[in-house]
Ligand binder design. Structure first.
Ligand code: ADP
Ligand code: MG
Length: 423
């Protein structure tokens, strides 16, 4: 079965057929905005068969499953904020179509003028795209299906502070209490993924599923348990398990989640503990990475009274702001923070580059060089699938960070991990 964008579009057509104002045209999706103007919300790169459009190709041969994966990358460009509009900050990000992003107004053009740069990606979400669009068209649903099938999956959001990473994953600030609040269009990808996960599980009553969740933060290379931080926020150790052949966090609290509400409570508790005692939440959160992990184990009765056991997981990763990588000139505590963020994002980028460069296929991949990459190692390679959502601001004042994010993500799209055979 080949899951390509066209396949996603077919599925989307079914889902969206209830919404009459959606129009599909040449790999893009358009709809009417509040003022009845046609607004494009998504464009995609949609050409030859063996290209980056393949989100995940997945083949089944009797009892063996072989799969091939790569890091598909998606771009989400947020709208200009009211503050940026008031300050007269222009949008410098344009969408020529075909999954392309054109950044203009870059200083340093010929004869002291400006220049433009064109980048191409799998899918670009334009500022009008909704939270539900991101779930439907980002390959996230397929990632969740693979987590249920026993694969180790990661979805990470990358970008500078204020580019929309947290908005995309968990929604705008102040969504605490979502368990009781009515379901809103603001809810992010994590909440929507939980709903889809439970829908999948309920559709398979013959399989016994056990779900457990953990939520941690990596701040200054220290792992803090967001479900059980303790008053001293004592860091936990990251260790290697010989038996599981992977890294794990010692004494990390994991919560059994029998119902959707249990998973949502984990999300809420983690978000609450993340902000406790922090005077400037955005400033603080921009300096830490968080990983919310859902472990999914299942037992399926098979012929001869035996059971097929599967164990998968889905990591939702909100990365520290990528602009911190520049702030290594700072002093004291900020310097230490910046160095650590710098290192972990660089190592993540380096792991991505090593995986994507076929010449370096057999070379050493430096997962061990940061806590973040240690904990993501199993989904970046081997039996793993990773999806990246790069978030960018359209504002001219952020132009250099935008170009850095576009470049960083460009490396990810080349990744192909070796097919593996699972019994
Ligand atoms: P980050 O986590 O990357 O630092 P945030 O997610 O906190 O950035 O976003 C910064 C601000 O921009 C927030 O107020 C958020 O609600 C808003 N925002 C981000 N993305 C969008 C979007 N797609 N639509 C509307 N508002 C957005
Ligand atoms: Mg954030």
């Amino acid at each position: 079965m080949l899951y390509s964008l066209s396949c996603i579009y077919n599925k989307a057509a079914i889902y969206l057929s209830y919404i009459f104002f959606i129009i599909f045209r040449n790999g893009s999706i358009e709809r009417l905005d509040e003022d009845n103007n046609l607004q494009r919300i998504i464009t995609s790169y949609n050409e030859a068969e063996d290209n980056i459009n393949v989100v995940v190709s997945y083949e089944c041969e009797t009892t063996e499953k072989a799969y091939k994966s790569k890091i598909p990358e998606y771009f989400r460009v947020r709208p200009l904020s009211n503050k940026e509009i008031k300050a007269g900050d222009d949008s410098v990000v344009n969408f020529p179509g075909n999954g392309q992003v054109l950044v203009d107004g870059i200083p340093g053009g010929p004869s002291g003028g400006q220049k433009a740069k064109l980048f191409s990606y799998n899918v670009v979400f334009e500022p009008g795209a909704t939270q539900e669009d991101v779930l439907q068209f980002s390959g996230m649903k397929r990632l969740i299906e693979m987590g249920v099938e026993g694969f180790r999956c990661t979805c990470f959001c990358y970008g500078q502070t204020g580019s929309g990473k947290t908005h995309t994953l968990t929604g705008p600030p102040g969504l605490l209490g979502i368990q009781t609040a009515p379901y809103s269009d603001k809810h992010g990808l994590v909440f929507r993924s939980f709903m889809y996960l439970f829908k999948l599980i309920q559709e398979q009553p013959g399989i016994h599923f056990v779900l457990k969740a953990s939520y941690l933060e990596i701040y200054n290379e220290k792992v803090i348990d967001l479900l059980n931080p303790g008053s001293a926020r004592k860091p936990l150790a990251v260790r290697w398990s010989k038996k599981a052949r992977g890294f794990f966090v010692e004494n990390l609290f994991t919560v059994d989640c029998e119902e959707l509400d249990d998973l949502i409570a984990v999300l809420e508790e983690g978000l609450r503990n993340r902000s406790v005692g922090k005077h400037n939440m955005n400033d603080y959160s921009s300096r830490s990475h968080t990983i919310l992990c859902v472990h999914i184990t299942s037992e399926q009765p098979a012929e001869g009274g035996v059971f097929i056991s599967r164990s998968g997981k889905i990591n939702f990763v909100d990365l520290a702001g990528s602009e911190m990588t520049k702030k290594t000139q700072s002093e004291g505590k900020t310097l230490e923070e910046a160095n650590n963020i710098n290192k972990s994002l660089m190592v993540l980028g380096y792991c991505i580059a090593s995986l994507s460069d076929s010449k370096r296929k057999n070379s050493h991949i430096p997962y061990r060089d940061s806590k973040l990459t240690k904990l993501l190692a199993d989904s970046l390679a081997g039996n793993g699938v990773t999806l990246m959502i790069a978030c960018i601001s359209p504002a001219k004042s952020n132009i250099y960070e935008t170009i850095n994010t576009l470049r960083y993500a460009a490396r990810a799209k080349k990744i192909r991990t070796k097919p593996v055979v699972l019994m």
